[in-house]
Design a protein around this ligand. Structure first.
Ligand code: V47
Length: 367
């Protein structure tokens, strides 16, 4: 039996077996294939070569300190203007209370992101992080996207390095991958023209890596972007990783249109979701981890994604926070028990391993 009826895939499979880097055009060919099984097989080959049957998960909690934002992104159903009904900023005491509950539920990580809020002083962030660290020294603070760091540098008139050093000294341990959206212009400007451009996002990721912190990277897909935009995003990420090497994990984020200015769009379907996971695994060859984010993919597709290149299932989340609730496809559900997550991984035929944020094993779960 031949590997695939798609001649392009057969040729690409030889490069993948030889461990060779794929070109932009090959990325396009992967997206265009109608042979989903063969594409999945290629991604699974690379995933098993890197990780065998191991599938990571972590116990985490999201904390969205403020939803007040000046960015006006077309895909966002979370943000509010300062005087709008429902606008909020959590106090540091509220942050500590949320972290306390998360730690009690076994969380090893607090994922902290929020809006670009011109009402807050820079000290709000340093006080928040240092207070959290004082109360919970072992809780990893995965905090602030490159878009937030860019906003801080411009709004508080500080050098990038100064912003990063102050936040790191206060307790920021790593950064999540949000705000990357889609790097390619003019698409990026059409969906989020008030925030930093793709080059700036990449530049800041490089600076955070230079400061010794790990970061993640995302791509928001299934809105107005083209296949070319997606492959361009992968190529730019792998080029930056070649330079600065601090990315741990790539998370493709499936666009959820409800409640956004782009609500007339359908969002990506299951085939597109699986293809995007698989092509990212094949194109971004220098990222160790590809994460399936069940909140946006839905539980069934996220579980299936483990056979299409993903080696990480995020996460128990213990509580999603307001941003996560705004894009949750599972009827607004943003929590999953550790037991359910482990069951999902094992039922897919993999070995569940609890990790901390920087991929140290917390606990090996017996199959
Ligand atoms: O940057 C916003 C996306 C991101 C919608 O680093 C939307 O481990 C879909 O980055 N439909 C924030 N997506 C979330 C994020 C993330 C999530 C999980 C893990 C990690 C990690 C990072 O969410 C935003 C934006 O790209 N987003 N609105 C929406 N309607």
């Amino acid at each position: 039996m031949q590997f695939s009826h798609d001649k392009n895939l057969s040729l690409i499979s030889e490069k993948i077996e030889a461990g060779e880097r794929l070109t932009f055009d090959e990325g396009i060919a992967l997206f265009k294939t109608d042979d989903l099984n063969a594409l999945g097989k290629l991604a699974d080959f690379v995933r098993r070569k890197k990780h065998g049957r191991t599938t990571y998960f972590n116990v985490n909690r999201h904390f969205n300190h403020t939803n007040i934002c000046v960015a006006d992104c077309k895909f966002c159903g979370f943000y509010k203007r300062a005087r709008e009904v429902g606008a909020y900023t959590h106090s540091i005491e509220e942050g500590i209370e949320i972290a306390k509950n998360a730690v009690a539920e076994g969380a090893t990580e607090l994922h902290i992101v929020g809006g670009l809020n011109t009402k807050l002083p820079f000290e709000y962030y340093t006080d928040l992080f240092s207070s959290l660290k004082r109360e919970f020294p072992k809780l990893h603070l995965k905090a602030l996207t490159m878009v937030e760091l860019d906003f801080f540098a411009r709004f508080y008139k500080m050098a990038d390095e100064e912003v990063i050093q102050h936040l790191k000294a206060a307790g920021m341990d790593s950064c999540p991958g949000g705000g990357a959206e889609i790097f390619a212009e003019p698409t990026r400007s059409r969906i989020c023209d008030h925030k930093c451009d793709g080059n700036r996002w990449l530049e800041l990721a490089g600076k955070v890596h230079t400061a010794g912190l790990k970061t993640n990277a995302t791509m928001l897909y299934g809105h107005i972007e083209s296949i070319e935009d997606r492959v361009d995003h992968f190529v730019k990420l792998r080029e930056q990783q070649d330079k600065s090497g601090g990315f741990q994990c790539f998370i493709p984020l499936a666009f959820y249109p409800n409640g956004t200015a782009l609500s007339s769009l359908p969002g990506p379907d299951a085939i597109d979701n699986l293809k995007t996971i698989a092509v990212s695994r094949l194109m971004i060859d220098n990222f160790d981890h590809i994460k399936a984010y069940w909140v946006m993919l839905g539980k069934h597709t996220a579980q299936t994604a483990l056979h299409f290149g993903a080696n990480d299932l995020d996460g128990t989340i213990t509580d999603g926070g307001e941003l996560t609730e705004s894009y949750a496809v599972e009827n607004g559900e943003v929590k999953m028990s550790k037991q359910e997550l482990i069951q999902m991984i094992e039922n897919a035929g993999f070995e569940a391993v609890e990790r901390d944020t920087v991929y140290n094993r917390v606990e090996k779960v017996a199959a």
